[in-house]
Every structure is written in structure tokens, then in C-alpha cells.
Design a protein around this ligand. Structure first.
Ligand SMILES: O=C(O)C(=O)C[C@H](O)[C@H](O)CO
Length: 306
């Protein structure tokens, strides 16, 4: 299997006791990182993005490579560098501050031929609403064309709308772009609180129905600590996640869920198994600080083995 994730990875400044810890993260990279840790060794996981040519960009590229995520399709731009974000925590619930308006990643979809080359031969291409929000110029159209070609050749597209209002010029634009790319996707992994707040959905079933109406065959509606709803080809399931005594940092809850779900699905799991795999990893991740947690991966492996 070959999995390709498209998006932006930034420097992450995460609270660590009274100090802060520097890391690297960004929603689709988080998915790639967790997928790489979960999937069989002979699968490949690649990241498509753009970074700079400075020291911090070199460090980021080295971090990706060390994690086993392929950087062959990460472009390097001399006149830009990587974005940065900081996590603030209140009772375990995260909020973000961003310094990314000029990041290199905004230029990742300038060249359609490069995208097509990156997607060629992949089984799954995964992107998010954040990927779309940051693209400059004609990037969205270029990406849409490459995804269309990839699907026509038999590939599957997974999409998490991951709505970050501050990254969009207007909410109308966000809604239009999210529904356009949902229409180019086979799998949508949505979060009910975002969808309720920005699309006015009254229930997870409303979210499911809206994406099904856009032509998506596989829809998952995550819902925090509440039951997760999934539907594939008209059959739906609901899975209740196990409760967590204390949430330390909810950053990457949805990203890790997606990784667990997608690796399980590509391994031939049933929808209920795939949702359970996603929920189990996400449960570990929110009990650790920062987006990327080797401890959460280790705890997940232990739980799976026992
Ligand atoms: O908010 C973003 O753009 C990020 O990618 C930062 C976080 O790692 C991500 O949101 C967690 O899901």
C-alpha cells in the first residue's frame, strides 16, 4: 500500500510544564506520522508539501525522514520558510495561535505535474480543509484537477474538512470549497462540533446526510467523547468511544483517529473495526501533550497486543 498525505507541517510550540517544547506538526502530517507508526513496514507513507531551504526547514525534513515519512514530494522554496503555531490549553482543550501567512506550504499546489507525479501509483491520497485553506493562487484548482485524475485511475481520496475559521477569508468561501472537495472524495472524516458550528447541522445524522448528498460513499462523523457515526454504501454503524479520565491535550485527536481508521480500513477492517481503531488511538493521544506522541503509539501497541 502507498499512502500520500497533502498539507502543511509547521514548527509546534507546545506547553510542557511551566515551559514550552518545540516540535513539528500539522494536521495531515500528524495523520501521516500516526499512519506510519501503525501500518505494516512494507507500506509507504509520503508527504506532499513545500518548505524552505533554511536550517529549520532542513530540521523538519530530517524529522520527517527519521519518522519514516517520505519527503520526495516536499518541494523546497528558497524565498520562504515553514509556518509556526503555538498550543494554548484550558482544561485539556486546545486552541492555536498561528504564524503561517507566508509559509512555503502555501505554494505546494502550484505545479499540477508535480502533484500528479506524487499521486501516481498511490492507493490513498488524504487532505484536509486546512490543506485547502492555506493554498495560494490557483492551488485549489490545480489540486482538484490532480485528484480528479488520480480517482479516474482508480485511487481513493480521503478528506477531513478540519475547519479552522481563522484560515479562511470568509465562511461562505470555506463552505463552498469544503463541499467542492467533499465531492471529489471517497471518504470524508468530519467532526460534528465543526460541522454543527459552520454548516448548521442539528445532529451527526445531518452531517452524514449532507456529505452523502455530495456523493461521498464513506462518511465518518467524529463527535468528541460521544458516539461516532459511520456509513458506507448505505449501511451505518455507531461506535461509542471508551471514556477518558483526564484529557491532557486534545491536539491531534481527530488526526490520530483518521490515521487509525484509514490504516484499519486499508487492511480490510469492517467499518466498526476501523472506527474502534481510530477511537482507541485518539484516546491515547489526548492523554499526552502535543500533536505527536510516541508514548501514545506505544500505549496503543500494548493495548492491541493484550
Ligand atoms: O491547526 C492547524 O493548522 C494544525 O495543523 C495544527 C495542529 O497540529 C492540528 O490542527 C491538530 O489537528
Amino acid at each position: 500500500m502507498r499512502l500520500v498525505f497533502v498539507g502543511e507541517c509547521m514548527v509546534e510550540i507546545a506547553p510542557d510544564g511551566a515551559a514550552f517544547r518545540k516540535g513539528f506538526a500539522g494536521d495531515t502530517f500528524n495523520m501521516a506520522w500516526y499512519a506510519r507508526h501503525l501500518c505494516p513496514r512494507d507500506w509507504s507513507v509520503d508527504f506532499v508539501s513545500a518548505i524552505g531551504q533554511d536550517a529549520i526547514s532542513d530540521e523538519l525534513a530530517g524529522f520527517m525522514t527519521a519518522a519514516g515519512v517520505g519527503t520526495r514530494h516536499v518541494q523546497r522554496h528558497a524565498d520562504r520558510t515553514v509556518g509556526l503555531y503555538m498550543i494554548s490549553l484550558k482544561d485539556g482543550e486546545r486552541s492555536f495561535s498561528y504564524w503561517r501567512s507566508q509559509s512555503a506550504a502555501r505554494r505546494m499546489a502550484e505545479d499540477g505535474a508535480k502533484l500528479e507525479e506524487a499521486f501516481d501509483g498511490a492507493d490513498l491520497v488524504c487532505l484536509s480543509g486546512i490543506t485547502l485553506a492555506v493554498l495560494e493562487g490557483a492551488g485549489r484548482d490545480t489540486l482538484a484537477a490532480a485528484l480528479t485524475k488520480f480517482r479516474a485511475a482508480g485511487g481513493q481520496v480521503a478528506f477531513d474538512p478540519n475547519i479552522r475559521p481563522r484560515l479562511w477569508a470568509t465562511m461562505d468561501e470555506m463552505r463552498e470549497v469544503v463541499m467542492r472537495f467533499a465531492g471529489l472524495s471517497d471518504i470524508v472524516l468530519a467532526s460534528f462540533d465543526d460541522e454543527a458550528a459552520h454548516f448548521g447541522d442539528g445532529s451527526p445524522e445531518d452531517t452524514l446526510a449532507r456529505y452523502q448528498a455530495a456523493g461521498v460513499t464513506e462518511v465518518i462523523v467524529k463527535n468528541g467523547a460521544d458516539p461516532i457515526l459511520g456509513a458506507l454504501d448505505g449501511q451505518s454503524v455507531t461506535v461509542a468511544p471508551a471514556p477518558v479520565a483526564r484529557v491532557i491535550d486534545s491536539t491531534a485527536a481527530g488526526d490520530s483517529f483518521n490515521a487509525g481508521y484509514l490504516v484499519s480500513a486499508l487492511s480490510g477492517g469492517t467499518m466498526a473495526q476501523n472506527i474502534a481503531a481510530g477511537a482507541q488511538l485518539s484516546r491515547e493521544v489526548i492523554q499526552h501533550a502535543g500533536a505527536l506522541s510516541p508514548e501514545a503509539v506505544a500505549a496503543q501497541a500494548l493495548e492491541t497486543a493484550t
